[in-house]
Design a protein around this ligand. Structure first.
Ligand code: FAD
Length: 459
């Protein structure tokens, strides 16, 4: 195999963008990802500026026995594992954005984050199916599923994708959609980076002038009663209403807003595609508990960009996640005992998102990630500062896992930040079809997606 310096000069000569190798002064910056606890060690990092650069990188890797790991922002690098003999093709410089408001279509370069698109759309009375963090990349989010504020009404972002432009293992630039290479289009929408380097992605957006959205802040100590009220409420909510409940413990750090700095809360978030009176009526049982602060109002969809108060700057993260069929009263008790008041939990966040609605219905023409099983998604994270805190956080994450285990219905790949067997994310038929598509489009397993899909064995 290649040594990491020297030979990449050939590739650099073919590209307009750069190739960063371990001997470059910005090597550490080029390979740094969102989770600072990870230390990615690829053979080199290619930073293409256009499609020809991507073709050059894919050709080069294929010709030199390297694999290719496509990456946009590095928000889900944990599952990649070893990148030895792998060229990281980082598309952060593909930043084109085109919005066609009349057609309600958006086309973005594969490096574009939601923060560049969602505010522009809001000004046009439109909303995309983005998630909780404006810092997440549209490509990776969409290729893994993409579950956000409007998901109960409009489903996963993957199924609002209308076309994908990519470079395949044979070094070909192509645009796939429902008519052109439909099987590849199907596989990409759920198959993440296993099928090629995506250079641009086109998707549908929705007319949303205003919606009723906000957060109710309750004292952390009231976690039990708030979570009971929230879980009791869920079965009565229409698809137009998305709610999330969270336990959040904000660090005492200068970049945290003063109102929450160093404090812990139980929070109920909501986004309702409807008017204030209906929204208030739907949320009454939670509001009757008397939140300490309540920001719900009719707002522009721009507010959804950072409503969830996710961290936007890279930080060390340890996390766990599960999809659940249900979280009955005993489950709420166990979860609060594991991570709520009196538990001593150092976890920065334990988040519960309501699923169901369109998330549970297979849309015509859907991709490989058509639906999500279950009624609640759990995601919990801690911020380890050293080995000792990592061990403590690990123990609390294990307790959270144990609390929800009886209700588990599966995993949502975008939330899984460690290496696991990706077959568990799909039913048997979908997994077999994905492996066949992989064998057809990437028989040599050139592309290393975050969650690996191996080619089907030749018969
Ligand atoms: C703070 C935070 C909040 C989040 N909130 C949500 C949420 O609300 N809803 C949700 O569904 N998810 C959420 N996620 C998860 C997020 O969707 C995944 O981490 C997703 O994979 C990130 O995509 P990315 O492009 O930003 O990250 P990257 O790490 O760059 O990409 C992840 C994977 O996507 C594939 N990929 C990326 N770019 C390309 C490309 N150009 N070509 C081919 N493959 C590519 C690769 O397999 C890559 O390993 C969140 C993550 C974080 C850290």
């Amino acid at each position: 195999m290649l040594t990491t310096t020297g030979p990449f000069t050939d590739l650099a000569a073919r590209m307009t963008g750069r190739v960063v190798t371990p001997s470059d002064p910005d090597w550490d910056a080029a390979r740094q990802v969102f989770n600072l606890a990870l230390d990615l060690l690829p053979a080199a990092v290619a930073l293409p500026r256009d499609v020809d650069d991507v073709i050059a990188a894919v050709d080069y890797a294929g010709a030199h026995g390297l694999r290719v790991a496509p990456q946009a922002t590095g928000h889900n690098a944990g599952p990649l594992g070893s990148l030895e003999d792998t060229l990281l093709v980082d598309v952060r410089e593909l930043q084109e954005v085109t919005i066609d408001p009349a057609a309600r279509r958006v086309r973005v370069g594969a490096g574009v984050k939601w923060e560049r698109v969602a505010p522009q759309l809001a000004e046009l009375g439109l909303a995309a199916l983005h998630g909780s963090s404006p810092d997440v990349g549209i490509a990776g989010y969409s290729l893994g599923g993409g579950m956000g504020w409007l998901a109960r009404k409009h489903g996963l972002q993957a199924n609002s994708v209308t076309a994908i432009e990519l470079v395949t293992a044979d070094g070909r630039a192509t645009r796939v959609d429902a008519q052109h290479e439909p099987e590849l289009f199907w596989a990409l929408r759920g198959g993440n980076g296993n099928f090629g380097v995506v250079t641009a992605i086109e998707f549908e957006v929705y007319a949303v002038e205003e919606l009723y959205a906000g957060v109710m802040f309750f004292p952390f100590e009231r976690a039990g009663e708030v979570l009971h009220a929230w879980t009791d409420l869920l079965p009565s909510l229409p698809d137009e209403m998305m709610t999330w409940a969270k336990l959040m413990q904000f660090p005492d750090a200068p970049d945290v807003p003063e109102a929450v700095r160093g404090r812990s809360f139980t929070l109920v978030f909501g986004a309702f595609l409807g008017n204030e009176a209906e929204g208030r009526a739907l949320l009454r049982p939670v509001r009757e508990l008397g939140p300490a602060m309540d920001t719900f109002a009719m707002v522009s969809p721009a507010v959804l960009g950072d409503l969830a108060m996710d961290p936007e700057d890279p930080l060390p993260i340890a996390s766990t996640t599960a999809l659940m069929d249900d979280l009955p009263s005993a489950g709420v008790e166990d979860l609060v005992a594991a991570s709520g008041p009196g538990s001593g939990s150092p976890l920065a966040m334990v988040e519960l998102r309501h699923l169901g609605g369109a998330l549970g219905r297979r849309a015509p023409g859907a991709g490989a990630r058509a639906t999500l099983p279950g009624t609640i998604a759990m995601f919990a994270l801690g911020v380890p500062e050293d080995e000792e805190s990592a061990a403590t956080i690990g123990a609390y994450l294990d307790s959270v896992d144990r609390a929800v285990r009886p209700y588990r219905s599966g995993d949502y790949p975008n939330f899984v930040e460690e290496q696991v067997d990706a077959s568990a994310f799909f039913d048997e038929d979908t997994w077999a079809r994905l492996r066949l598509a992989k064998a057809h489009y990437d028989p040599g397993d050139l592309f290393k997606g975050n969650h690996h899909i191996p080619p089907a064995e030749p018969r």
